[in-house]
Design a protein around this ligand. Sequence first.
Ligand SMILES: [Zn+2]
Length: 211
Amino acid sequence: MHELIAVSGKYYPNKMGRIYLGALAEAVGDNGLNVLLNKTDLAQYIAKQPPDNWEREFDFAFIANLNQELVVMYGPRGGRRLAVRSGRYFFDRGVKQLGMIAGLGDIAMRALPLHTKLKMGLAALARIFSQFSDQHCRVEESGSQYLFFVDVCPICWQQTAVQPMCHFTTGVLQAALDWFSGGLNFRIEQVQCKAVGDEACAFKIDKEPIK
Ligand SMILES: [Zn+2]
């Protein structure tokens, strides 16, 4: 058995941890989640969800370990698919609600040009993570693409990999862009990953939707 990643001192607030576990349960089922929690030394969350508050107590190592165990249990392809799916649920079920607080809802609803919406939406999403958690994010623009950076990433925390591995965040971005654009799909590719040795995790997003 592989060793568990040690606690990091970097956190999601409990509320976000709660949304994360809920999203994971939706992707793998309640039984699947219970097995994952048992194997990652997080059995305390089987009986009791993280509290619905803003205390920063849901350690990044919890997320990294669960993500790692997802691959052990379901294989690289299955693990990837489930991580993307849970990322989508995470946005749809949770971040949207947090986003209402941060003005993200306005962006989805207002009649703005598509690129303005995408740009404002991605910036708001980055702000939500950066303000409410220790997951610092930022957005840059380059030609026909946006780059979404995660400077402190819980998914690949303390891991090494040969390929980018933060599929959960790809799912979050997919669902976010879907919402900002009123149902369009965009090509998203993780082009940098701390686990591969890069400075940050980075996702390249085409500005034009997939036709
Ligand atoms: Zn990462």
